[in-house]
Design a protein around this ligand. Structure first.
Ligand SMILES: Cc1ncc(COP(=O)(O)O)c(C=O)c1O
Length: 337
C-alpha cells in the first residue's frame, strides 16, 4: 500500500538544498514577518476571525458566509471527511495524498480515478460519484486542467473539492474557480503555505456554498485559526499583497523555463508543467535521488503518489542559479551511470 502520509518535508533534511518541498523559498517577506510579530503581541486574547473573513471574502468577491477559515488546506480535507457521508468518494490521482488519507482515516471507501500519462489531463470520473476531489494545478504533475473541464464536474447531488493550494502560481489564475458561485457543490480549497512561505503557520481557507461552509464549520474545533494566522490572511488579501503574488507568479514562469532548459538529456519532463515544481521521469530514479542527496540536493520521490512509479521524481522550481547547480549535479550522476 502506498504511504499516503509521506510528504516532501521528510526528504528535505537540513543541510540539503530543498527541492523536495514546494514552498516558495525566501518567504515570508519582511513586511509579512512584521505582521506576524505584531500579531504575537495580541495573542493573550482568543482569536477573532471577523476581519480576516471579510478580507478573504472581498479578495474573492464572495459573501462572508461562503468563506471558511482553516488551519491550512489540510484541515479542510479532514473537515470534509468528518462532515460528509459520501456513498461514492472519488479522488483524482496522481495528486496530493492528504485528502485520500483523511477520507480513509474517517472510514470512507475511496475510489481512485487515475489520469493517464503522458498528459495527466482531467478525464471524467465515474458518473455516480457524489464526492470528487482533485487539485488544480495538480501536485505532483504540475498539470493545470482547463477550468471549464473542472467546472463540468459539478452537478446537484455531488460535492467537488477542488484543491487550489497552488492556484496563485499561475499568473492571473485564469483557470481558478475560486470566484464561481454558480457551480453546485463546489468547494475551493486555498492555502497561504506555498506562495507566502507559511507552511509552519498553518493557514488557509475554503470557499463554497453557505450550507456546505456551515456544515464544515460545525465540525471544526473552536478557535481553529490562530491570531497570527488570521493576521496573515488579512494582510495577504490586500490588493498590494495580491499584486506581489502575481509578480512572483510571472517570475516563477521564467525560473521554470530556465530549469527545463537546463535538464540533461535522458530526463523526460512529464506533462506540461504549470506550477512551482516539475515532474521528471528518468531511469533508476531512486538511485539517482539518493546520489543527489549525497551531492547536497533533496528531491521528492514519486513512487508514493498513486499512479506514479519509481522512475518519477518531483523537483521544485528555484532561482536559475540553484537550478543550474542542481542540473549540473544531475548531469554528473547520469554520466557516471
Ligand atoms: C496540493 C496541495 N494541497 C494542499 C497542501 C497542504 O497545504 P496546507 O499547508 O495549507 O495544509 C499541499 C502541501 O503539500 C499540497 O501540495
Amino acid at each position: 500500500m502506498t504511504d499516503l502520509r509521506h510528504h516532501g518535508d521528510v526528504e528535505a533534511t537540513p543541510g540539503l538544498v530543498d527541492l523536495a518541498v514546494n514552498v516558495r523559498s525566501g518567504s515570508p517577506p519582511a513586511w509579512l514577518r512584521a505582521v506576524l510579530h505584531d500579531a504575537v503581541d495580541a495573542c493573550a486574547a482568543y482569536p477573532d476571525p471577523a476581519r480576516a473573513r471579510a478580507a478573504v471574502a472581498a479578495a474573492h468577491g464572495r459573501p462572508e458566509d461562503e468563506v471558511l477559515l482553516t488551519a491550512g488546506a489540510a484541515e479542510t480535507f479532514t473537515l470534509v471527511a468528518r462532515a460528509l457521508a459520501p456513498r461514492h468518494a472519488v479522488v483524482v490521482h496522481p495528486s496530493f495524498t492528504e485528502p485520500e488519507a483523511a477520507l480513509r482515516a474517517h472510514g470512507h471507501a475511496v475510489h481512485r480515478h487515475l489520469l493517464d500519462a503522458p498528459s495527466y489531463l482531467l478525464t471524467p470520473p465515474p458518473e455516480d460519484a457524489d464526492l470528487v476531489v482533485l487539485g488544480n494545478p495538480t501536485n505532483p504533475t504540475s498539470v493545470l486542467h482547463p477550468g471549464g473541464d473542472v467546472a463540468a464536474l459539478c452537478r446537484p447531488g455531488r460535492t467537488v473539492v477542488l484543491d487550489e493550494a497552488f492556484a496563485d502560481t499561475d499568473p492571473g489564475e485564469p483557470q481558478s474557480l475560486a470566484a464561481r458561485r454558480d457551480l453546485p457543490g463546489l468547494l475551493v480549497v486555498r492555502s497561504l503555505t506555498k506562495t507566502w512561505g507559511l507552511a509552519g503557520l498553518r493557514v488557509g481557507y475554503a470557499l463554497g456554498p453557505p450550507d456546505l461552509v456551515a456544515a464544515l464549520a460545525a465540525v471544526q474545533p473552536h478557535w481553529p485559526v490562530s491570531t497570527p494566522a488570521l493576521a496573515a490572511l488579512e494582510a495577504c488579501s490586500t490588493p498590494a499583497a495580491l499584486a506581489q503574488a502575481e509578480t512572483w507568479a510571472h517570475e516563477l514562469a521564467g525560473h521554470r523555463r530556465a530549469l527545463l532548459d537546463l535538464l540533461p538529456a535522458g530526463v523526460e519532463v512529464v506533462g506540461q508543467p504549470r506550477s512551482s515544481f516539475v515532474l521528471l521521469r528518468l531511469p533508476d530514479a531512486d538511485r539517482v535521488r539518493r546520489e543527489l542527496r549525497a551531492a547536497g540536493f533533496a528531491v521528492r520521490r514519486g513512487d508514493t503518489f498513486p499512479g506514479l512509479a519509481p522512475d518519477h521524481l518531483r523537483v521544485a522550481v528555484r532561482d536559475p542559479t540553484t537550478s543550474a547547480a542542481f542540473t549540473a549535479a544531475l548531469a554528473a550522476i547520469l554520466e557516471r551511470s
